[in-house]
Ligand binder design. Structure first.
Ligand code: ZN
Ligand code: ZN
Length: 314
C-alpha cells in the first residue's frame, strides 16, 4: 500500500501566490458544492420518487456522480498534500567509483543513512567541479536529472512538471500521477454534469417564465451548467496534452528541450513510459496510491534516477 515516501506538504508560506492558492482551493470546493446542489438536490434527487423508469436513471446518475466525486476529491487532496519530491541533503549523482550493481533504491537508502552523510557532504566539492553535473546555487545542492528549481516553492523539485496554482503545490515525481487522476476524474465529472443538467438548462427559460422553479434553483442550475461545460472543454485539452506527455515520457518543462532533441532519451516505449508514472500494478492505476513494490522496483517513481534509451547520447 501507499506506505513509502509519505511526506506531508503543508501550504507554502513562501510567496504571494499562497493567498491566490488558498482562494483557488475555496473556489474548487465552491464549484463542487454548486454542482452537487444542482445535480443531486435540484435536478435528479426528486426524480428518484417519480414513476418507473425515471428512478432507475436517476439512481444510476447519482451513484456515478458520487463515485467520480469521491475519486476526484481523493486525488485532489493527494496532490495538494503530497510532497512533489525534494532533493535529499547533499545529494550526489551515481559516481564511476561506485559499484555498478548498486540499484537506485540502494543509492536512495545511502542518502538518508546518517553514517553516509559525512562522505556525501565531502563529495560536494567534487560535484561542483564536474562540468556535466547540474548544481543549484540557490539550494546549494546537486540537481538530479529532470529536477528543476521552483521559484514559487523556492526549492528544487524532483522531475518537476509545473507549479499548479489550483493545487497550491508543485507537481513533480511523487504526485504527478495524482495530478493526472485529478484531471481525469474532474473531466469525467464535468462531462457527466453537463449532460445531466442539459435538460434543465433547455427548460431554463420556460421554467423562468412559468415560475415553476424557485429563482435560486434556476440560478444554481444555469450557473452549474455553464461552469461544468466550460471546465469540461478546457480540461479536455489538458487531458489530451498530458496523455501525450506521459506516453512520450516528457514533463511540461521538458517540451521545449524535447523539440530540440533528435530523439528523446527518456522515451523507452509507451508501456514503460506509462509505468514510470502510474506504476506497474494495474490494480493501482486508477487510484491515487502506489504499491510498495512499484515504489521499490521503479526508480523513476522516486524521482532520482531514470532509465534512458541506449541509442541516444546522454
Ligand atoms: Zn534549487
Ligand atoms: Zn513550486
Amino acid at each position: 500500500m501507499d506506505c513509502a515516501c509519505v511526506v506531508i506538504n503543508p501550504f507554502r508560506l513562501c510567496s504571494a501566490l499562497r493567498v491566490l492558492g488558498s482562494f483557488m482551493v475555496l473556489l474548487f470546493l465552491a464549484i463542487v458544492a454548486l454542482s452537487y446542489y444542482a445535480v443531486v438536490v435540484v435536478a435528479w434527487g426528486p426524480r428518484l420518487f417519480h414513476s418507473f423508469p425515471l428512478p432507475l436513471l436517476a439512481s444510476s446518475i447519482i451513484v456515478i456522480f458520487h463515485l467520480l466525486l469521491a475519486l476526484l476529491i481523493w486525488s485532489y487532496f493527494m496532490v495538494v498534500f503530497r510532497d512533489p519530491g525534494a532533493v535529499p541533503a547533499n545529494w550526489r549523482p551515481f559516481l564511476d567509483e561506485e559499484s555498478p550493481e548498486r540499484t537506485a533504491s540502494a543509492m536512495l537508502a545511502d542518502f538518508v543513512a546518517p553514517e553516509t552523510r559525512a562522505s556525501a557532504s565531502s563529495s560536494l566539492e567534487g560535484l561542483e567541479r564536474r562540468p556535466n553535473i547540474n548544481y543549484c546555487a540557490r539550494c546549494q545542492n546537486g540537481k538530479p536529472p529532470r529536477c528543476h528549481h521552483c521559484s514559487v516553492c523556492q526549492r528544487c523539485v524532483l522531475k518537476m512538471d509545473h507549479h499548479c496554482v489550483w493545487v497550491v503545490n508543485c507537481v513533480g515525481a511523487h504526485n504527478y500521477k495524482f495530478f493526472l487522476l485529478f484531471l481525469l476524474y474532474t473531466f469525467l465529472e464535468t462531462v457527466l454534469d453537463t449532460f445531466v443538467l442539459l435538460p434543465s438548462f433547455i427548460n431554463f427559460f420556460g421554467d423562468a417564465r412559468r415560475h415553476s422553479s424557485s429563482p435560486g434553483n434556476l440560478a444554481v442550475t444555469f450557473l452549474a451548467f455553464v461552469l461544468n461545460l466550460a471546465f469540461a472543454l478546457s480540461l479536455l485539452c489538458f487531458v489530451v496534452m498530458h496523455t501525450s506527455l506521459v506516453l512520450s515520457n516528457t514533463t511540461t518543462i521538458e517540451v521545449y528541450e524535447k523539440k530540440k532533441a533528435v530523439a528523446w532519451k527518456y522515451d523507452i516505449g509507451k508501456r514503460k513510459n506509462f509505468e514510470q508514472v502510474f506504476g506497474a500494478k494495474k490494480l493501482f492505476w486508477f487510484l491515487p496510491l502506489f504499491s510498495a513494490e512499484d515504489l521499490e522496483k521503479i526508480p523513476a517513481l522516486q524521482g532520482l534516477d531514470f532509465p534512458t534509451r541506449s541509442d541516444v547520447e546522454p
